[in-house]
Design a protein. Structure first.
Length: 165
């Protein structure tokens, strides 16, 4: 079986050698060392790199990718059936990300999530900065909505318990 040098492997995989060393350090791919201590990769590791790149393109974290690869029997390279099961498991996560990005895109012209960049328009979405009672950060981007302001208890200056599900 022909072993590939790190340069050959990087060229075939379409990634930098430094990325391969990083992936190996994280346990995502594996190499062997020759007598001189140089890395040599088996060709089947190319599929693992392709898997990593596809998962990253879908927004999956390296930690999640590592957990997934480690769950395969004998650290083997994922095949088509594996990818089908794995990608189905990531579908909900991806659907949530798509939904969040769609909502962000649709609100870009209205508000960045309070604090808003337009104080004159902000009065429409966040009068008297009431949304601050829901916590720090961009509250509308974190899931609050302008109608949540109606749930603010003005005396206690905090949100009332929500009946919304």
């Amino acid at each position: 079986m022909k072993m590939l040098t790190i340069g050959e492997f990087a060229n075939r995989a379409g990634v930098a050698s430094s990325a391969l060393r990083f992936y190996e350090e994280k346990g995502l791919i594996h190499s062997q060392r020759n007598a001189g201590g140089q890395r040599r990769f088996q060709a089947h590791q190319l599929r693992r790199v392709a898997f990593i790149k596809a998962a990253q393109a879908a927004g999956i974290s390296l930690d999640e990718i590592q957990r997934t690869l480690n769950a395969l029997p004998a650290q083997r390279t994922p095949g088509k059936a594996d990818w089908g099961k794995i990608s189905a498991g990531w579908r909900d996560q991806l659907d949530q990300r798509i939904s969040s990005l769609t909502a962000l895109r649709d609100r870009l012209n209205e508000c960045i999530g309070c604090g808003c960049l337009s104080l004159s328009a902000c009065a429409l979405y966040n009068p008297e900065d009431k949304i601050r009672h829901f916590g720090n950060g961009a509250r509308y981007l974190n899931g609050n909505r302008p109608d949540d302001l109606a749930t603010i208890d003005t005396e206690q200056k905090k949100p009332r318990k929500s009946t919304r599900t």
